[in-house]
Design a binder for this molecule. Structure first.
Ligand SMILES: Cc1cc2nc3c(=O)[nH]c(=O)nc-3n(C[C@H](O)[C@H](O)[C@H](O)COP(=O)(O)OP(=O)(O)OC[C@H]3O[C@@H](n4cnc5c(N)ncnc54)[C@H](O)[C@@H]3O)c2cc1C
Length: 429
């Protein structure tokens, strides 16, 4: 099975990763977690804290999926926007989800402190507007959050302030969110893995779950060489969920996104580009998301597609996006490029729920998973340990439509939608 992709994150790990054996033979447990990313690790940690006997099964190695490859950016809110939740579901519901999204961000710092995770965490992120109308929209949104939820961590940056802060002349203004931040996602994943192990979670790697049988009193989880009989299971496979036939696959669409990592910026450039080490996400649909690494390389993501095949072409496309934002970095060499799959839902709100009393799942974080996955795991674990929590109910009340088409047809559909949205971005600029 697979190792980490050749990413900057894998190259800058400050440790050797511990390996875990394949699942062979028969086991029993209270909770079997499928998937060794942020969601699965968080579920396992919290279920174990609830006194349950927990096993976690990963088809490759811990942190192999999106959790070990992402942009590392931590943002609150759901991707759809909390104001849309309020419009469609009312204030009480919006307030509940908003509080969960705040708790999600706080949980990262709590976990870092609890397990002593060294993952280069930094505070602050800028939402940068690529047109005056986007800027007005952003300002309105920050006013809404202040007025509705008393969220006072957002600071409006004028056009000049935004350009100076970022070191790019393309922006028309921005919002600096002091509650946002960024981290090294693979270091964080492995820190959670250590935490899970300390809490006696039994981890298996290179063990692909091929089948799930639901009996009356237990669930049977089958891999090629072994099986686990569990009272409850948590399916935490996100965009990599495939073939388990649980009826939840078409509520998400896997969508590939790519990151390039340049060589280290010269020290003179470091004085002008992201001088305060904030991460940035800009407002196009094919959003650009970028930040500096601990070693002052530019980590720049953005291109969305549906195939990880033609790497050289993707490298060119992503570097071209980077050059548009930072022409000063045109001559910088790209040292790494990698991609991975995110899972989006139709309404861009995570899909967290239970199929029955024994089968729980969380996926479809729609680009906000660095923060949301942790709290999703906590919500699943608490609901598995006793009664369904009010937080889980809050997510279950959100209606999720299914994407039309099978896995193969869902992805080209997204690319068509993205292309249309890109055109709209150009017209609205
Ligand atoms: C390039 C990229 C950039 C991103 N940038 C950001 C960002 O800056 N900010 C943000 O908030 N979000 C970002 N995301 C999204 C974020 O990474 C995800 O939302 C989050 O990591 C999802 O975590 P997860 O644990 O649910 O899924 P994953 O980390 O993908 O883990 C799922 C795991 O399940 C395993 N699995 C699947 N099927 C099976 C099976 N049958 N048996 C056993 N194991 C199985 C997989 O191997 C995988 O390891 C980005 C994603 C990518 C790919």
């Amino acid at each position: 099975m697979s190792d980490f992709p050749n990413s900057y994150y894998a190259a800058s790990l400050n440790r050797n990763k511990k390996s875990y054996s394949k699942l062979t033979g028969n086991y029993d447990c209270d909770v079997c977690v499928i998937g060794g990313g942020f969601t699965g690790l968080s579920t396992a940690i919290e279920a174990s804290k609830q006194g349950l006997k927990v096993m976690l099964i990963e088809q490759n190695i811990i942190g192999w999926g999106a959790s070990g490859r992402n942009g590392g950016q931590i943002w609150n809110d759901v991707s759809w926007g909390i104001e849309n939740i309020e419009k469609n579901y009312g204030f009480t519901h919006a307030n509940q989800l908003w509080n969960i999204s705040q708790a999600a961000v706080e949980l990262i710092d709590e976990r870092i402190a609890e397990f002593g995770i060294e993952c280069d965490k930094k505070n602050g992120g800028i939402n940068a507007a690529t047109s005056p109308s986007k800027f007005r929209e952003y300002v309105k949104n920050s006013e809404y959050k202040l007025k509705t939820f008393n969220y006072n961590k957002m600071e409006v940056l004028s056009k000049i302030q935004t350009q100076e802060e970022i070191g790019s002349s393309i922006y028309h203004g921005g919002i600096l969110d002091h509650g946002a931040g960024h981290l090294h996602p693979l270091k964080y994943s492995l820190g959670l893995m250590d935490g899970a192990e300390q809490l006696n979670v039994k981890i298996f790697e290179n063990s692909q779950v091929k089948k799930i049988n639901q009996a009356r009193d237990f669930i049977e989880v089958l891999t090629p060489d072994g099986q686990v009989k569990a009272k409850k299971i948590a399916v935490c496979c996100n965009a990599y969920l495939k073939g388990l036939n649980l009826g939840i696959e078409n509520k998400i669409m896997p969508c590939a996104t790519y990151i390039v990592c340049t060589e280290t910026l010269e020290s003179e450039l470091q004085n002008f580009i992201l001088q305060n080490d904030y991460c940035v996400s800009d407002t196009n649909f094919d959003l650009n998301y970028y930040r500096l690494s601990e070693s002052k390389r530019m980590l720049f993501g953005g291109v969305v597609g549906y195939s990880l095949r033609n790497v050289e072409r993707l490298k060119k496309r992503t570097k071209a996006q980077l050059d548009k934002v930072f022409p000063q970095l045109k001559s910088l060499k790209v040292d790494y490029i990698w991609g991975g799959y995110i899972a989006i839902t139709v309404n861009r709100v995570p899909d967290i729920g239970m199929l029955n009393d024994r089968v729980f799942y969380a996926h479809g974080f729609s680009g906000h998973g660095v923060a949301f996955t942790g709290i999703a795991g906590k919500i699943l674990a608490e609901s598995m340990a006793s009664e369904k929590t009010v937080e889980l109910e809050a997510f279950e009340k959100i209606k999720h439509r299914k994407f039309p088409g099978g896995r193969i047809f869902r992805m080209p559909l997204l690319v068509t939608i993205s292309a249309m949205q890109r055109m709209m971005d150009i017209f609205n600029a």
